[in-house]
Design a protein around this ligand. Structure first.
Ligand code: ARG
Ligand code: ZN
Length: 496
């Protein structure tokens, strides 16, 4: 009798066991990285996020951040589990409403295993409930969460998200955002896009920010502190929201004299790059001790010390140029950083010429002449600098030089058509240097392989003939003379 009862059960178990391996074979764990050789663990495999909804609460006094992230994503493969990049303490994860198990792994991986495997092509909703003190967290021995006397800031490249929200942390996976942060009354929360509303209740004020265009994770910023917020609209119709820490001391005037020109400079850049791609612009200056700026989408991050020598409109031009080159058109992988920094630097050169402080050709000649052939400057390949040299001077200066060489090779008509056409061609998407070369060849009708190779991919100083407009003539004339704009231009370099 026992046998006869057990036998069907065993059969059922056997068929179940057959079924499980079949499903496990097609549903496998998602990769812990998106596949960027510069940063193998950044981003994740198997899904694509379309929207982040962050509903948070922050306490400046204790640096405690808590809340929920609701993430909308689509599966790009059959998954048994997937990763998010995150450092704070997670108390619950739900996938499509059902509690999922989770664990941490590597430097910044949150591994989520849903109750049911996820099929390619389906959409999921992930809710992550979390809390933590971001300043106590680090990965690879560093932190990009900047505490200030009155709050904190998340703004860094290529990583800043891990300290404040779970994400697929790579520019390849862009998404829209609602960032809602409650802070004590008298304190402000600044983020990207438009301020939809604020609401005060029981001693705290909630700021609801919306970014309605795709945004890379590293371009998503949060600043909490005591700010003075200014609003205006550019002549061309772009709404501008700026914020200044109330604690900028002697740098306050120069910061405002720079950043209050955002509307004017957005309109000026539109003449070269086409319509401004977002529905808000602006910048903010928290009272950090950092020394760099970052093109955080629609709301540029600036450091107070960048204004210690007076206003710098060139720096603002650099960061605003990134809104087209870097933010709307993002990188396919970090090795393509020239598409961001080369063009943002070249925009400064155009501004210098506009201001009568040195033409783009004079700047190119100066960069070329100021680095002798044995200068290690030339060993950095702007087209593939490696992660350790991603923000090297060469990526900016030799990067802009390469753009002047391109201009001289294709002529002004084709060059300015490329400069304006490219942000349209890949608006809100991702692109590589190879894509850019193909586009420049299409627009100019010229074959540009050798030019790109010499200026971007060879670790040696190119011959000057390739640079000078008419065989070394302009080059010889101005070489060695530092253009008046130079000091303001280099102040925008990322390594500062
Ligand atoms: N993309 C920034 C800029 O050139 C550079 C940021 C570099 N990051 C840093 N932590 N220094 O505007
Ligand atoms: Zn830049």
């Amino acid at each position: 009798m026992h046998r006869r009862i057990i036998a069907p059960g065993a059969l059922a178990a056997a068929s179940l066991m057959l079924a499980i391996p079949a499903s496990a074979a097609s549903h496998s764990p998602g990769a812990p990285g998106i596949g960027d050789p510069y940063y193998p663990a950044y981003g994740n495999g198997g899904y694509d996020v379309s929207h982040y909804d962050l509903r948070l609460k922050y306490q400046p006094a204790t640096d405690e951040l808590s809340g929920t992230a609701t993430i909308l994503a689509k599966m790009t493969q059959d998954l048994s589990s997937f990763d998010l990049d995150f450092l704070l303490d997670v108390s619950e994860v739900r996938v499509n409403g059902a509690k999922a198990s989770f664990t941490t792994s590597g430097q910044h991986e949150l591994v989520v295993t849903p109750k049911k495997p996820l099929d390619k092509g389906t959409s999921i909703t992930v809710v992550v409930r979390y809390s933590g003190v971001p300043s106590t967290k680090s990965a690879y021995g560093f932190s990009t969460w900047h505490r200030t006397p009155d709050g904190a800031v998340a703004a860094d490249e290529p990583e800043a998200a891990w300290w404040w929200y779970p994400s697929n942390d790579h520019p390849l996976d862009k998404a829209t955002y609602d960032v809602s942060v409650a802070v004590p009354n008298g304190t402000q929360a600044i983020s990207n896009g438009t301020l939809q509303s604020t609401r005060s209740q029981l001693g705290s004020t909630r700021y609801n920010w919306r970014q309605n265009k795709p945004q890379a994770t590293y371009l998503t910023t949060l600043a909490v502190g005591k700010f003075d917020i200014t609003t205006s609209t550019s002549e061309g119709g772009v709404p501008v929201v700026n914020a200044y820490s109330k604690d900028l001391g002697d740098n306050d005037g120069a910061a405002r004299a720079s950043i209050e020109r955002t509307g004017e400079l957005v309109d000026w850049l539109s003449g070269y790059f086409g319509p401004y791609p977002f529905n808000s612009a602006g910048g903010y200056v928290p009272n950090t001790t950092t020394g760099y700026a970052l093109e955080t989408q629609t709301r540029v991050y600036y450091s107070p010390k960048q204004f210690a020598n007076g206003a710098n409109s060139s720096l603002v031009v650099h960061e605003l140029a990134h809104q087209w080159y870097g933010d709307s058109v993002s990188l396919k992988g970090w090795k393509n950083i020239w598409l961001n920094e080369g063009f943002a630097s070249y925009a400064q050169w155009l501004w210098s010429e506009h201001e009568g402080e040195g033409t783009t050709q004079e700047l190119a000649d100066y960069v070329y002449a100021s680095h002798p052939a044995d200068d290690p400057f030339w060993t950095v390949k702007p087209g593939d600098p490696g992660p350790d040299h991603q923000f090297d001077d060469a990526v900016y200066d030799r990067g802009a030089l390469a753009i002047q060489a391109l201009r001289n090779a294709v002529g002004d008509d084709a060059f300015f058509a490329i400069l304006k056409g490219w942000p349209q061609e890949h608006a809100y998407g991702n692109a590589s240097i190879a894509d850019f070369q193909a586009y420049a060849e299409k627009v100019s009708g010229k074959s540009l392989g050798a030019l790109f190779d010499v200026w971007l991919f060879q670790p040696v100083k190119p011959a000057s003939g390739a640079l000078a407009k008419s065989a070394g003539e302009a080059f010889a004339k101005s070489a060695g003379v530092q253009p008046r704009s130079w000091k303001k231009i280099v102040a925008a370099h990322g390594a500062h």
